[in-house]
Design a binder for this molecule. Structure first.
Ligand SMILES: C[S@@+](CC[C@H](N)C(=O)[O-])C[C@H]1O[C@@H](n2cnc3c(N)ncnc32)[C@H](O)[C@@H]1O
Length: 261
């Protein structure tokens, strides 16, 4: 696997992480992409495609003259599809063709990569004039209030989510990228930049809770370095399976901008 700043590179339980992520995020992502008006002959790039659910959804919406190029530093989980070309590609280091794509999409990749501003310049150049970039990201600085659970549960949830954020920031993530992407895209030269967002309650046992539990397993050692204990992490994982526990999700954002004509 290519070297990257990505905090989850080389970690265990990637399939479980990506399953929870796609279950939690795909409905919001699809609604955003649906609004773009995808055309049958489009060339589309999905960066850091992971398990490929978004790339597959996009490929099902284009015709024989279109193609989805689905990239990842580890493209092994992208399923075969007649209109998907899966490519090993490190967006921070590897080139992209100039002026080639009608639409570039990426979800939860640039938030992790320290070179995100330079990557935006590369993505602008890779779009056809008038082509669109849509980023789906989290703003991890938005408070995830606990709305169902006692005070001890809420305190533990806060401590663990704060710990996860610290580990991600140390690895190179920009925690407020979900909102900051708007300014960065404008500064890179995108026009008609617009952001919208979604946050909703999530319950123990659902996809959002599973994602949090899997993340604590993947980052277990680093979370212990932040001062959390093994007992804290075990209690947190039990809480994430408890249907009476309810907290707000991450703030999910999408930012859309166009390369000028
Ligand atoms: C949080 S996952 C998101 C996966 C997928 N976009 C989704 O939302 O379901 C981040 C993905 O980005 C990939 N990735 C990390 N660093 C990358 C890089 N430098 N270039 C391309 N992909 C990268 C990872 O391998 C992983 O599949």
């Amino acid at each position: 696997m290519t070297r990257t700043a990505y905090a989850f590179a080389g970690k265990a339980s990637v399939n479980e992480q990506l399953r929870a992520l796609t279950d939690a995020c795909d409905p919001f992502t699809r609604a955003g992409l649906d609004g773009i008006g995808i055309q049958a002959d489009w060339q589309i790039l999905d960066i850091g495609a992971g398990s490929g659910t978004v790339a597959t959804w996009l490929a099902d919406r284009i015709g024989a003259d279109g193609m989805v190029t689905a990239t990842d530093i580890d493209p092994s989980r992208i399923p075969a599809h007649p209109r998907i070309t899966a490519v090993p590609h490190n967006v921070a280091a590897d080139p992209l063709p100039d002026g080639y794509y009608d639409l570039i999409h990426s979800r939860l990749v640039l938030i992790h990569l320290p070179d995100r501003e330079q990557i935006l310049n590369k993505l602008l150049a890779a779009l056809k004039p008038g082509g669109s970039l849509m980023l789906h990201e989290f703003d991890c600085t938005a408070r995830r209030t606990v709305v169902g659970g006692d005070a001890d549960d809420a305190a533990l949830f806060d401590r663990v989510i704060t710990g996860i954020n610290r580990v991600l920031r140390t690895a190179g993530a920009q925690l407020d990228w979900g909102i900051a992407a708007h300014t960065a895209m404008t500064q890179a030269g995108f026009v008609d930049v617009a952001t919208d967002a979604s946050m909703h309650s999530c319950r123990g046992g659902d996809a959002w809770a599973n994602l949090a539990a899997v993340n604590t397993m993947q980052l277990h050692e680093q979370l212990l370095d932040t001062g959390l204990t093994v007992a804290d992490l075990e209690r947190f994982r039990a809480l994430m399976a408890a249907p009476d526990f309810v907290a707000m999700s991450y703030l999910m954002t999408r930012t859309l901008g166009r390369r000028p004509q």
